[in-house]
Design a protein around this ligand. Structure first.
Ligand code: PHE
Length: 366
């Protein structure tokens, strides 16, 4: 025998005294009608949800009261009635949880109905980093000339970064390219130029070579508006029989006219690199003042953009290439410099600060 509350919601929650005696049969009838009541209970907002909770699932609610009455049920009926009550409890909880989910995710009527005429959230499109734009453009120009792209490690050994390039230990030219060493393995260093890839390609022994090597390089330099401890380079290497300085000049001339415009002038100044002989610096006429002289070109009318030269026979030998049969030219340039010129960027640090306000200004096909 079990005492049960009336099915009138208000009475149920407010008056525990209003109870019926019932047996198994009347309990299931009661539960059936309570279920109907629950099913038709309208829960549209947080307030109604809470009213439902108090009435059916609260400490003085229908479910708790029914459970409390179980004490008085004779043992032979306990099991069956318990099961019935349990199912009822799950039924009420399910209604509560589903309604709560809908209200929490905003589909209840607490939130204003969606206004489809409002503008949507704009999809922000990304843009390439200016260094990538410039690198891709340079790569494209050289690809037109039949150069392919080669890649290599940024953590390098002494041989590939220095010694094979005719820069043995204690060579004074190493001072210009001081770098960072790996503490656990002092034989490893961060490459100071992408010339290490030139050595690695030559060592493979597959000739001719016509390649460019873009990548990040490192130097132990004080960070300022004009220099950083890492930057980007593109180097080029062309090795075949009878490659001459004339090929070097014509290739680079074609390149700068493609990049900076057909009116650009070039000049070569003698220079020194241990890995090329003869060596030169190539300047282009300043595109900002058209050679007249301005603050960017320091009133000279010329901008220095790359180093180049004929690959030193010793370097060819170091890589197992016969310098009697083969010759070649190499060149190397920083990517930051022409990018700063192209976009009028005054501080090299901006490239690596990841400031979206800076980065989102660059759009382009590359
Ligand atoms: N590796 C040189 C540098 O980083 C550039 C260079 C490459 C010069 C090839 C000549 C030939 O300064």
């Amino acid at each position: 025998m079990i005492l049960i509350q009336t099915s009138t919601p208000i009475l149920i929650s407010q008056s525990v005294e209003t109870r019926y005696l019932c047996n198994m049969n009347s309990l299931s009838t009661q539960i059936e009608s309570l279920k109907k009541e629950i099913a038709s209970f309208s829960i549209q907002n947080a307030k109604e949800l809470e009213a439902f909770r108090i009435q059916f699932l609260g400490t003085k609610g229908v479910v708790k009261n029914l459970m409390a009455e179980m004490k008085q049920v004779p043992p032979e009926e306990k099991r069956a009635m318990g099961q019935l009550l349990n199912e009822f409890k799950i039924f009420a909880e399910e209604k509560y949880n589903t309604a709560k989910e809908q209200i929490d995710d905003g589909s209840g009527d607490d939130k204003p109905a969606m206004d489809f005429s409002l503008p949507g959230n704009a999809l922000l499109s990304g843009s390439r980093h200016p260094i990538s734009l410039m690198r891709n453009r340079i790569v494209e120009i050289f690809q037109h000339l039949g150069f392919s792209v080669a890649d290599g490690p940024e953590i390098e050994d002494d041989w590939h970064n220095f010694t094979a390039l005719n820069l043995p230990e204690n060579h004074p030219a190493r001072d210009m390219q001081d770098t960072f060493y790996v503490q656990q393995e002092p034989a490893w260093l961060l490459r100071t130029h992408t010339s290490n890839v030139q050595i690695r390609e030559m060592e493979k022994g597959k000739l001719p070579i016509r390649m460019i090597m873009p990548g990040r390089v490192y130097r132990n330099e004080t960070i300022s508006a004009r220099s950083h401890c890492f930057f980007h380079q593109i180097e080029g290497l062309y090795i075949d029989e009878q490659v001459s300085f004339a090929d070097l000049k014509q290739t680079l001339y074609f390149f700068v006219r493609e990049l900076f415009g057909q009116n650009v002038k070039v000049r070569f100044r003698p220079s020194y690199f241990p890995f090329t002989e003869p060596s030169a610096e190539m300047d282009i006429s300043c595109m900002l003042c058209e050679g007249k002289g301005c603050s960017v070109c320091k009133k000279t009318g010329w901008l220095e953009i790359l180093g180049c030269g004929m690959v030193h026979p010793k370097v060819l030998e170091n890589c197992g290439i016969d310098p009697q049969k083969y010759s070649g030219f190499a060149f190397g340039m920083g990517i930051e410099r022409p990018t700063m010129l192209k976009y009028g960027i005054k501080d090299i640090r901006l490239f690596s600060e990841n400031d979206v306000r800076f980065l989102q200004q660059f759009t382009g096909a590359y």
